[in-house]
Design a protein around this ligand. Structure first.
Ligand SMILES: [Cu+2]
Length: 310
């Protein structure tokens, strides 16, 4: 990590206040001088215009001073940039995936979460990518932001040095659900974090009988970001609600023709893996295929969960 003088100027806030202070001094100074000159050199006081020759010392002064100011601003920004791009050794790594329209966090032991839970005062490195379009991870409380680019891994790091819950936003306009692409950073004590991290249940755990399939399914629809577009209370979002879905009669568009279907296992599998085939009438063709993202065990758990949604 950066030490000494550099530390003083390595944060976003310091760079911001430094540039802000210079801007305020310049604004007040220039406006003040201008107003003074308006009165001091008005036509009433000086009816006869005077021809003023250039002054070399003055020219040098007003070239050198602004150059130094601009260089100082650059230095402050550069120090902050280097600090932010240099990940401290031993940082905890968390993989971040952005997709329309939610975030998914995967920890080193394979645990997945829809919130970014972190231990207090331990540097964390986020490895960021996107499943579909451009997104951007933005955590204002820790002054970090980085693009999530499909097919590429980007990174950022920060020190969670405050306990509590903080907003995570998407700051790259990514479509209809962009404004809902919100989650939290939860900074907790190290013990609490360790206990939480160890509590890992996967789809295989469900088949081992540790967790029931509907419970597993509920966890999956949360983790995989389904709830960003599908409500559970009957409100229509980008996609149809999960409420009372099972056995419902629905009109779908198949090959451009309206067809009546009853929502059953076959329909849900089609929606998951080939959503372009049957589009529910009245909704935009936004559902991304989950091929390679949801495995067969997981699909089964999701179907069992949907059956319980009355
Ligand atoms: Cu986004």
């Amino acid at each position: 990590m950066v030490t000494g003088w550099a530390t003083l100027w390595n944060t976003t806030d310091n760079a911001f206040y430094f540039i802000m202070a210079i801007s305020v001094i310049l604004l007040v100074g220039i406006m003040g001088t201008m107003l003074y000159f308006v009165f001091r050199y008005s036509k009433e006081r000086n009816p006869q215009a005077e021809n003023i020759a250039s002054s070399v010392p003055l020219e040098i002064l007003w070239t050198v001073i602004p150059t130094l100011i601009v260089l100082a601003m650059f230095w402050v920004g550069w120090k902050g940039f280097i600090y932010k791009r240099t990940v401290p050794a031993g940082s905890m790594q968390v993989k971040v995936v952005g997709r329309m329209w939610s975030w998914s966090f995967t920890y080193e032991n394979g645990k997945k979460s829809s919130v970014l839970k972190l231990p207090y005062n331990k540097p964390v490195k986020l490895l960021i990518t996107s499943q579909d379009v451009l997104h951007s991870v933005f955590i204002p409380a820790f002054r970090v932001k980085e693009d999530a680019v499909p097919g590429k891994e980007t990174y950022l790091w920060f020190l969670p040095d405050q306990m509590g819950k903080f907003d995570v936003f998407c700051s790259e306009f990514c479509g209809a659900g962009h404004a809902d692409m919100i989650t939290k950073v939860e900074v907790v004590s190290e013990e609490e974090f360790k206990t939480w991290l160890q509590a890992t249940e996967t789809a295989t755990a469900a088949t081992d009988g540790k967790v029931s399939l509907p419970v597993m399914g509920e966890r999956l629809v949360r983790e995989k970001g389904c709830l960003a577009c599908h409500s559970t209370d009957g409100t229509a979002r980008v996609g149809p609600s999960f409420k009372a879905l099972w056995g419902k009669k629905e009109t779908v568009i198949r090959n451009g023709v309206e067809v009546q279907v009853v929502i059953d296992e076959e329909h849900i599998r089609l929606q998951l893996f080939q959503p372009e085939k049957d589009r529910v009438k009245g909704f935009p063709p936004m559902m991304p295929s989950q091929k390679g993202l949801v495995n067969d065990d997981e699909a089964r758990a999701i179907i069992e969960y949907l059956k319980t949604q009355k």
